[in-house]
Design a protein around this ligand. Structure first.
Ligand SMILES: *[C@@H]1O[C@H](CO)[C@@H](O)[C@H](O)[C@H]1NC(C)=O
Ligand SMILES: *[C@@H]1O[C@H](CO)[C@@H](O)[C@H](O)[C@H]1NC(C)=O
Length: 224
């Protein structure tokens, strides 16, 4: 007899479903149109622009506050002393003169540094320019005063006849009056903020006669 092998038994393995898997995830609604994504470069640009604008506004406010609190003053120029070494008139109208001043540049600010970027000093007899001298740029700390000797030499400078007569008269009466005019380019600095402007110094000096003429009187002012 043929014995048939028994039919293969169906294995029924029941694997318990993971309850987490069993929960259905909510299906996201499908978007019909794709979103246009903004270029990240544009975002960075916009953020930078905002930061920069805020920085500018803050810098403006800070500058205003600083200027209201600090109240910047312009530096001063004056003639502390002077010596009139010689005056010699060649053929009446040509002047030779040797004059030295001790100039006092001062920075009255308590917080601001100032720099004299351009310093030019001119000597006048009435309205006639008789000598000129420039000074190397220099910087002044707050409250600093700087004395500098300025040598003004006239060599065969033409003077109109009435002025040369006037000068001879002044020398004889032991009272020579000169005008000193300083032109300065000043730069004030506070941290990174700075500004430049022109400043004008004027001094009228009265000297005794040369040689060894000394300063008898002076009147100075500095204005913008
Ligand atoms: C220079 O000027 C400053 C400010 O006017 C003053 O305080 C100082 O005494 C002056 N120096 C001299 C030597 O005159
Ligand atoms: C000298 O003469 C000129 C004109 O030639 C005149 O303008 C000037 O005021 C005179 N100066 C003095 C000091 O007399």
């Amino acid at each position: 007899m043929l014995s048939l092998p028994p039919p293969p038994q169906r294995q029924t393995v029941t694997t318990p479903l993971n309850p987490i898997i069993r929960q259905k995830k909510p299906v996201k609604p499908k978007l019909l149109r794709p979103i246009r994504r903004t270029n990240p470069a544009i975002w960075i640009c916009a953020v930078l622009c905002v930061i920069f604008s805020i920085f500018l506004i803050l810098a403006g406010i800070a500058t205003l506050v600083i200027f209201l609190v600090i109240k910047p003053k312009h530096p001063l120029f004056e003639t502390t002393s002077a010596s009139l070494n010689s005056i010699y008139l060649d053929s009446v109208e040509y002047l030779n003169c040797d004059f030295t001043i001790l100039a006092n540049f001062s920075n009255p600010n308590r917080k601001l540094d100032v720099r004299f970027e351009y310093v030019d000093i001119e000597l006048y007899f009435y309205d006639s320019l008789i000598a000129t001298q420039s000074i190397q740029p220099f910087t002044q700390r707050p409250g600093e005063a700087r004395l500098g000797s300025v040598h003004l030499i006239s060599s065969l400078v033409y003077l109109p006849l009435n002025l040369s007569m006037q000068l001879q008269k002044q020398v004889q009466s032991n009272s020579v009056r000169y005008n000193i005019r300083g032109t300065f380019r000043v730069r004030a600095r506070l941290g990174v903020a700075h500004f430049s402007y022109w400043l004008y110094g004027r001094c009228q000096v009265e000297m005794s006669s040369p040689p060894n003429g000394v300063l008898v009187a002076r009147s100075c002012r500095t204005k913008r």
